[in-house]
Design a protein around this ligand. Structure first.
Ligand SMILES: [Zn+2]
Length: 143
């Protein structure tokens, strides 16, 4: 964290179902819940597997790779989001689940080069001492 302005956006409030996800994010690891019965990952975190309703879940680190499923470019700042435009994207994770996040190009909220099916990789934005938000950038891009 250096010269960027203090984060004023909404913050997650970890719950028993999501604590492992946010603990992982703080350690810059993208964690997904995996079902020990059907062997499939899911997102968002919840207490039962959405595929088979098993409660036998385990957390595993995901690759952090994915592709842009779809996205929107937001030009009007929502409360706490000072830098516009920014990209809100649905990411198809390599492991299968979809995740809503942001795509950041070259560290700036300049979305001109974001495309559907574009390969992306996760990075973590340390917005407070307690919370790091997983965001995505073009795979192979500099940062
Ligand atoms: Zn399952």
């Amino acid at each position: 964290m250096s010269d960027k302005p203090a984060y004023r956006g909404a913050l997650p409030r970890p719950t028993p179902e999501t604590k492992a996800f946010w603990d992982g994010a703080k350690a810059h690891r993208l964690m997904l819940p995996w079902c020990e019965d059907c062997g499939r990952p899911h997102f968002y975190p919840r207490s039962l597997c959405p595929h088979c309703l098993s409660s036998r879940l385990d957390w595993r680190q995901a690759s952090g790779r994915g592709t842009v499923h779809t996205f929107v470019i937001n030009h009007k700042a929502a409360k706490g989001f000072d830098q516009v435009p920014y990209v809100i994207a649905v990411i198809d994770l390599a492991e299968g689940p979809r995740m809503l996040s942001n795509v950041v190009v070259d560290g700036e909220p300049t979305p001109d080069n974001v495309r559907i099916d574009m390969p992306v990789t996760v990075f973590f934005d340390d917005v407070t001492d307690e919370i790091s938000l997983p965001k995505f950038r073009p795979a192979g891009g500099a940062q």
